[in-house]
Ligand binder design. Structure first.
Ligand code: TYD
Length: 139
């Protein structure tokens, strides 16, 4: 599907399995088992100053899982027609973001870590950083 036509309704919250032991939990991501793409890159946002927002862009091709590895934050997705807020606050819950979504990350709790699993290496050419350009792309 061309990312131009992608809709928020195709982004979803994924409840990941938790291996519970008396000494703590483990959650596993395995390519094509519980994540529908090959993970080519992992990055994480941390030490985010209070009140700061991140994101403010969309991707043409990149697909991502975002997980609150620690603490909590909100992800606001916008497909050019509709907006939806997802609050992430558990390390075993992922937000699956398909390409063609404008995203804002905000309301980070102190010490929070936003872990991102991405379907491709970093490529600035895959970003749409201008909101009007994004809207033009989606209509
Ligand atoms: P950006 O993706 O705009 O951050 P966010 O969406 O979290 O606000 O990236 C911020 C800066 O980091 C930008 O200069 C590009 C750089 N960067 C990399 O070099 N490699 C990466 O994998 C990522 C995600 C960002």
């Amino acid at each position: 599907m061309k990312s131009q036509n992608n809709k928020i309704s195709d982004c979803s919250i994924i409840n990941l399995d938790k291996v519970h032991t008396e000494s703590g939990n483990i959650t596993v991501l395995e390519n094509h088992t519980n994540i529908p793409f090959d993970i080519k890159r992992v990055y994480y946002l941390y030490d985010i100053p209070s009140g700061e927002a991140r994101g403010g862009h969309a991707h043409y091709e990149l697909e991502q899982y975002i997980i609150a590895a620690s603490g909590s934050f909100d992800v606001i997705l916008n497909d050019g027609f509709n907006k939806k807020k997802f609050s992430l606050n558990r390390p075993n819950v992922a937000l699956h973001i398909i390409p063609g979504m404008w995203r804002e990350l905000e309301n980070f709790s102190s010490g929070s870590i936003a872990m991102v699993f991405a379907s491709n290496e970093y490529d600035e050419n895959d970003y749409i950083r201008n909101y009007q350009e994004f809207l033009n792309f989606k209509i």
